[in-house]
Design a binder for this molecule. Structure first.
Ligand SMILES: NC(=O)c1ccc[n+]([C@@H]2O[C@H](COP(=O)([O-])OP(=O)(O)OC[C@H]3O[C@@H](n4cnc5c(N)ncnc54)[C@H](OP(=O)(O)O)[C@@H]3O)[C@@H](O)[C@H]2O)c1
Length: 373
């Protein structure tokens, strides 16, 4: 099979090249670039020398010769390639936000400032979070070529961390779910920007785009989708991203107010107490519920008591590690979810989606265990 990558010189595109070069079903890789057309990819990324090689083509040439196309482009430039892929009857997996909102163009336009160029393409595209939409991806792939809107990096970890609480009716719909996420700098891509200069982001950690990050509507959509699927009311969202001086990884700490049936106490008066036996027992109960919810998921792991999710324990892997905690007041569930933003947050998840569309083993090409350092 020939896999094509449009935008291969960016961080997500290069990560796709690295992963697909080791994929058992990929015989050949072809790549495109605007800025480096005609140059060799291994000269742009010397870690590819002798390993992942080839000349960077035009995007149209990649589309014309591929059996599946991945687009790792800025938002708003990829729809034309999706249209060409549908004409050629091949699957198209888009890592930008262009196909993440299905036909909800109003939300996309409000947050991304762009209009759909090919509105009809958005009627049958699918949001590619396997843990939410695997069945729909399979159904669409059985009928013909599919456009997948690969999820954003923050929404992947935040959604996976909150889904079981929403689906099993633990989350109090009256209170917002609060998500505080910390990301490494590859999340911003390879394009230069001042806030990513070493002197401005090393040795510091700060929130950014407070109450205004573009991933907020995507996370809220996912909460609502899981609530609708399971007949529950969807809590609202307060999302605050932070930039940390590390290359890869996102850890999201998620605060979920529990419905009264799941609370250990009736109020917050006990908040200053040390954890009690009752808290430990309730935490075990919720951890078991989370484990059961994800029992068939190849890339979501619920951690045992005493281990907290951390970015370095999922590094370079497609896993989402989740740890479950309860505040000592007994009213708020605290979930930590860690992913590698380049993997489960981007390229790894895109390969997982390719595996689903083609009916391959979902783990194919993604079996590397995390690299702790
Ligand atoms: N980085 C992450 O952690 C992450 C996670 C999830 C999703 N994403 C999404 O994945 C996409 C790529 O992200 P990235 O981090 O890889 O960004 P990036 O490093 O800035 O790469 C963007 C790529 O698009 C190409 N490009 C730029 N403008 C173009 C245009 N007008 N037409 C065609 N190609 C153009 C660029 O290079 P050339 O000039 O060589 O063509 C480059 O290859 C974005 O939509 C991003 O939101 C990224």
């Amino acid at each position: 099979m020939v896999a094509g990558i449009i935008g291969a010189t960016g961080y997500a595109g290069a990560e796709l090249a690295r992963l697909l070069s080791g994929h058992p079903k990929t015989d050949k890789l072809i790549f495109s670039s605007v800025s480096f057309e005609g140059e060799r990819i291994e000269n742009i990324y010397p870690n590819f020398l002798g390993r992942v090689c080839g000349t960077l083509l035009k995007a149209d040439e990649v589309v014309a010769s591929s059996d599946v196309v991945f687009a790792a482009l800025p938002h708003g430039v990829g729809e034309q390639y999706a249209a060409s892929c549908m004409e050629r009857k091949i699957h198209y997996i888009d890592l930008s936000a262009d196909f993440r909102f299905d036909d909800d163009e109003a939300t996309y336009s409000a947050w991304y400032g762009k209009q759909y160029q090919y509105p009809e393409l958005h009627k049958n595209s699918v949001y590619g979070l396997p843990e939410l939409n695997r069945k729909r991806m399979r159904e669409l792939a059985a009928k013909g070529p599919v456009i997948v809107g690969n999820p954003g990096c923050y929404p992947t970890g935040a959604s996976l961390g909150a889904f079981p609480a929403i689906a099993k009716g633990l989350a109090l719909a009256d209170n917002a779910i609060i998500v505080n996420s910390v990301s490494g700098t590859t999340g911003g891509g390879r394009e230069l920007s001042r806030s990513f200069h070493y002197a401005e982001c090393a040795d510091s950690c700060a929130p950014y785009k407070v109450a205004s990050h573009r991933h907020s509507p995507e996370i809220a959509h996912n909460f609502a989708a899981m609530a609708a699927m399971t007949g529950n009311a969807a809590p609202s969202l307060i999302f605050t991203p932070h930039l940390a001086p590390m290359n890869r990884g996102i850890v999201s700490t998620i605060y979920i107010s529990l419905v009264k049936e799941w609370r250990v106490t009736t109020g917050s008066a006990a908040a200053a107490l040390p954890p009690s036996k009752e808290i430990e027992a309730k935490t075990d109960e919720i951890r078991n519920l989370y484990t059961d919810f994800y029992r068939d998921e190849p890339f979501v792991q619920i951690l045992p008591a005493g281990i907290t999710a951390a970015t370095n324990r999922v590094r370079q892997s497609n896993y989402c590690d989740i740890s479950v905690h309860l505040d000592s007041g007994g009213t708020t569930l605290i979930v930590a979810a860690a992913i590698d933003n380049m993997m489960k947050g981007a390229a790894g998840q895109a390969v997982q989606n390719m595996n689903i569309l083609f009916g391959f083993d979902e783990r194919a090409g993604l079996e590397a265990i995390p690299a702790l350092f």
